[in-house]
Write a protein that binds this ligand. Structure first.
Ligand code: GUN
Length: 299
């Protein structure tokens, strides 16, 4: 099996964390500690794990972090009031409200309430709009930004490539498409977004030079969907039952890795591909938010 075609997300994320650590040191020499506030509503087990990993990364890089855990029954206006406090807190440069939120809370209202300058998730309509307009002054969502870095730092040619994205969600699919088709360096791809109503998804996938699987269906991408030499990025984190596992379940991606790896030109392992990059980009966005806040306060 050609193990040499793996895109090592942990190693590339490690490089980015080193770059971020240098910027943290520069800020600290000016008396500034970058700070990130996490908000978690309810007890979703996956959200607990994700926020825990992000808190740990803050600790390793010397960022200040605080986590607000709210009950599942919290009202939307209580959450908005907390966000208003965090927006006004000078120690907090970035705010991350972990999705999914309880059904009685409108996500769009919540993300529009986070200050655009502290929106290190890139979910505020202002930052979404800047991405669509090609204005680089906004914040990019961490997962697609991390995938873009993986492609660039692995030497994958994006210009003119056929990029096929499976999934049209606001967190990955839609912003990924906008990043890859941007009229900019390391972009200019021809992008197709596929979703559950797409006719003949296989035919689209077989055209792809870059295939990003982000639709949340276990092992959806099979060997017959991949052209030899394609770069395959697996964003999926799906819990499936597995009676042989100690916990009775295990995590699998959106790609049938064993079958696809021998055909792919490059492929992300899962875990160890996209996940570490999401966290590294969150750290990078937060440090950038702190740098911008420091510049703004000196004007
Ligand atoms: N849930 C799944 N991915 C993400 C993410 O990137 N940010 C937030 N806030 N919630 C998520």
């Amino acid at each position: 099996m050609p193990a040499g075609n793996l895109i090592d997300g942990r190693a590339i994320a490690g490089q980015i964390q080193l770059e971020v650590a240098q910027r943290v040191a520069a800020l600290k020499s000016r008396g500034i500690q970058p700070g990130l506030a996490f908000v978690r509503v309810g007890e979703d087990p996956a959200s607990k794990v994700y926020v825990g990993m992000k808190e740990k990364a803050c600790g390793q890089l010397g960022l200040f972090s605080e986590t607000q855990v709210l009950a599942q029954s919290t009202t939307e206006s209580e959450l908005l009031a907390l966000l208003a406090r965090l927006n006004a807190d000078a120690r907090v440069h970035g705010i991350l409200v972990q999705a999914p939120l309880p059904r009685h809370i409108r996500e769009a209202v919540v993300y529009a309430t986070v200050s655009p300058q502290k929106d290190v998730d890139g979910f505020h309509p202002m930052n979404v709009g800047k991405l669509m307009l090609g204005d680089p002054s906004g914040f990019l969502p961490c997962t697609p930004a991390g995938i873009h870095e993986l492609l660039i730092r692995s030497g994958v040619k994006i210009e003119g490539a056929e990029a096929v994205i499976l999934g049209r969600g606001n967190i990955v699919g839609k912003p990924m498409a906008a990043i890859l088709c941007q009229k900019a360096k390391n972009a200019n791809a021809t992008v197709t977004i596929c979703h559950r109503e797409t006719r003949d998804i296989k035919a689209h996938c077989r055209r792809a030079d870059i295939l990003v699987a982000a639709m949340g269906v276990p092992k959806f991408v099979t060997a017959d969907m991949v052209k030899p030499g394609t770069t395959v990025i697996d964003v999926g984190v799906n819990r499936v039952s597995d009676p042989s596992a100690r916990t009775g379940s295990r995590l699998v991606g959106d790609v049938d890795f064993e079958a696809v790896q021998p055909i792919a030109g490059r492929i992300t392992p899962n875990p160890g591909g996209v996940g570490p990059m999401t966290i590294a980009m969150l750290m990078q966005n937060t440090v950038r938010a702190a740098e911008l806040a420091a510049t703004a306060s000196h004007i």
